[in-house]
Write a protein that binds this ligand. Sequence first.
Ligand code: BGC
Length: 743
Amino acid sequence: MMTPKALALATSIAAMCAAAPLHAAQAQADPAARAAEVEAQMTDEERTQLTLGYMAMSFGGIEPPEGAIPGAGIVPGVPRLGVPALRETDASHGVTWVGGARGDGATALPAGIAQGATFNPELIERGGALIGSEARLKGFNVLLAGGINLMREARNGRTFEYMGEDPWHSGLMGAAAVKGIQSQNVISTLKHFAINPQETGRHFMNVEIDEPSLRESDLLAFEIAIERAQPGALMCAYNRINGPLSCGSEFLLTDVLRDDWGYKGFVMSDWGAVEALDFALAGLDQQSGAQLDEGMFFGEPLLEAAQGDPAYAERLGEMARNVLYAIYDVGIGEDVPERTDAENEEGDAVALATAKEAIVLLKNESGALPLAGDARKIAVIGGFADAGVPTGGGSSRVMPDEGPKAQVPILRGEASDYAFFLDRMYQGVAPLDAIRERAGEAQVVFRDGRYPSEAAMAAEGADVAIVFATQYQTEGYDVPDLSLPGNQDALIAAVAEANPNTIVVLETGGPVVMPWLDAVPAVLEAWYSGEQGGEAIASVLFGETNPSGHLPVSFPASTEQLPRPDLPGIDEIEPSFLGRGEPGQTLDADYGIEGSDIGYRGYAKSGDAPLFPFGHGLSYTEFEMDRLRLRGAGPALSARFRLRNTGETAGADVAQLYLVSAGGETKQRLVGFAKRQLAPGKSARVELEIEPRLLAEWEDDRWVVEGGEYAFALGHDAGTLMEPVSVKIDRFTIAADGETVGQ
Ligand code: BGC
């Protein structure tokens, strides 16, 4: 979706890109040495300059430093030493819109959870390269992307921004996104380090969890992504973990990140997450969006401290070197990128490909889908399907140039100032238009769904009724339960009663419950599908695209199945976007209940059946897997098997391999997955290396894999497993660095 001007520019830029590198930025061969050399020439004022980030727009009466572009933030550079300013924009779905303040939009990719549902790291890397290139075209050299918090709380208002619930899957997918972004010489973050499981009360919630649980889940996702993609930066989170705030946690930022993992880039705070100067000593390198905090701690106060206290002086040098390391390692260049309003000309194609691969066919009975070609009347109902597809709210919101197609105020007092952030918005191609384009002679009618009776009347005489149902999520607020809000459950039930051939298209940020499930033959989960989502949905409905998305999170049957059926704090906190709570207020939440057994791992232990399991996703064809062979008896373990398309249509499947028991104890962990596109009757041989830490327990500061029988099973999803194959493994340990193997 580009203006003609942007299209012309993008086309010429794309042509240039094909012929030559986009810019002269270059990664240094030895970034640490270069960082040390440049840092040594700096004054303390210059070092401090690199540790303090500002909002990029006028805020609280303070104008941003010179050179800011409307976006998330800016850190002034040191031109005399060829150190560029850091111009930062959000986020994982593209270069954000900031209410149109820049005057242009950008390619809006599907949301993080949709990206996770593709189970296709190559595609996500392509998306990363696309949004990285657009960041550069728009004048930014830092993209605040790579959201990989695991879904511990299904009602988290930012579930849509993250990849899923499994550490291996989120780690690989996050790594792919970062690699793509940084291939464009743009620094990417991984965020939010760590856990950040809830939005309501996020500034004062305290996650209580033991170290092994943390290491084997949320931290493992970050560890895997960092090792594979070397992100230039990490963003610490708003929440506390076992007491300290994440951005002031020595355990997270120094013990784990530096001492154990040897991370070399820099840690920036989330916006408004810094409470004191001594966060610097805990390991924080950069205060971001500092106007949002109580003080500009990493400016004057840090400078003064460094000049009087050797501990601060040493840290200041290190903090500056960490920032410089990222600049040289990612090779962002000496100058800030020139600002244009161009987009990458591949934007629509990548957004479409991602949206298509993200759609999950949850249910399909009696051949309800794909739609028959001979329908005479199709009733399309609800979900603003006549306008566009939903986007999540908050800092990650991306809009194409033309802006929102529909906007619904969410009417919370303070929200009016942040309407561009918080309002419900719909964007891109309208599903109704894309359906009409494919419907041939059929009459396509639309009802907005406000009145179930009216919708039921429209559905009654139709060959098929397609109901679009949405759940809105936004940063800052959790959803209180897993229902479809408003009257949508009643709407679906009424339409299904009027017309048994009712297809539900869910556009949600995460799991919802489906009281009407038995009454409808087919359900698609399309998530927040980005600017081309309408096209992708129609193409799946009409069978041009064979769905291949799989659930990256479990869909519980009810909130009773969640580890904490009552959302922690729901009865204590007044939902509020900017709410910092009272001084000293905390909200303790016990995340030791599930420990490291998030989502499907928890269901495997309890024996409960979710509504739809992690990994679930149907196709218009059938797949079979066989001949699972395991090789190895220690850390170098691998698996081989065949995946076959046994149906009549070309399609892609995600083969999944799970550990299902260790030493006779039930323990489920995803240890590998592979997506393969296959013609009917064709098969592919799949080989997976099994990451040994996925088999391990964290004990006494290292990973321990006890000797014994380990059983693995191929699965179409976490709940539909084949006959397990066992292998005997000899005991081994892996040091906290993730590499050194011992006894
Ligand atoms: C979000 C971050 C974002 C930052 C800058 C915060 O509200 O939590 O994810 O990168 O704002 O916009």
